[in-house]
Ligand binder design. Structure first.
Ligand code: GLU
Length: 274
């Protein structure tokens, strides 16, 4: 009999906010190779919660570019925008456990209050200043419906978190200094990436998350959410970031290195190394 616990299950989780580039190709290819090597399965998750930036044409483009590259996955694709009730149920549990609080500070307020805002990676959350927190033990107000204020998870200051990364080896971070209280729900009534990601990875039975090293710090935040919700975290394998010839990390705005552009220039997946 097959032991279901040992079945490898991975996922490809692009956000349809732009065209996929060489960095996505490397990460997704690694995910495919790892799933195949374990005789496992690979799902496709459409991380489409950023309503201001996600566009349906990028969903079509990402599927098409991934197929062109030779990636395969199990259908149907899972779209996060159809799963809000699941995330809301997790939020309710965090609220009942007194682990979250409402926050009316803007990113600009946070950046103005921290001593070294220039060190903040613009794609990551800045360290939330402790003086902005409500006093410990303050009961949170009820969750409204719809939600019109940001909600944050209070991290256990000074707690050290660690995990063994499949590529980079042992990773450690201290809550409250390497990362601070982070968003779990946004005032536009959408879950944060952190919350939606762990709810889905747990619900989809993902055994290993393969993603870019830009999300390493998020992994520590997510480990706290797994613990808070009594869920077992998957293994993690972060892929080194691909940089351009000036050493800049690839972003979706680097259209020159978009898979679509390379393909239109006549490049083949084999020429890209796949
Ligand atoms: N959707 C995220 C991105 O495109 C990746 C999320 C993840 O793999 O956890 O950056």
């Amino acid at each position: 009999m097959v032991n279901s616990v040992s079945v490898y299950r991975g996922r490809l989780a692009p956000s349809p906010t732009g065209l996929l580039h060489l960095g996505h190709a490397r990460t997704f290819w690694t995910a495919l190779v790892r799933a195949r090597a374990s005789g496992g399965q690979l799902s496709l998750r459409n991380d489409d919660l950023d309503t201001a930036r996600c566009r349906p044409e990028f969903v079509t483009a990402m599927r098409d570019d991934m197929q062109w590259l030779g990636l395969t996955w199990e259908e149907p694709m899972i779209s996060q925008s159809t799963r809000i009730a699941l995330y809301r149920a997790a939020l309710t549990r965090l609220h009942a456990a007194g682990l979250i609080y409402p926050c009316s500070r803007s990113r600009r307020d946070v950046l103005a209050a921290i001593s070294a805002p220039h060190e903040t990676d613009e794609s990551d959350e800045p360290l939330y200043p402790a003086e902005f927190r409500p006093a410990l033990g303050t009961p949170p107000p009820p969750l409204s419906n719809p939600i019109t204020i940001n909600w944050r998870f209070r991290v256990p200051d000074g707690a050290t978190l660690s995990f063994i990364d499949g590529h980079f080896g042992e990773q450690r971070a201290t809550a409250g200094s390497d990362f601070g209280d982070f968003l779990v729900w946004r005032k536009d009534d959408m879950p944060s990436y952190q919350l939606a990601c762990i709810v889905d990875d747990a619900a989809m039975g993902i055994t290993e998350v393969v993603r870019g090293a830009d999300l390493m710090r998020s992994t520590f935040r997510q480990l706290l959410l797994y613990r808070a919700l009594g869920l077992t975290p998957p293994a993690f394998h972060h892929c080194p970031l691909v940089t351009d010839d000036q050493g800049q990390r690839l972003a979706k705005r680097h259209d020159a290195l978009a898979l679509r552009t390379l393909r239109e220039q006549g490049k083949t997946p084999a020429e890209l190394g796949y």
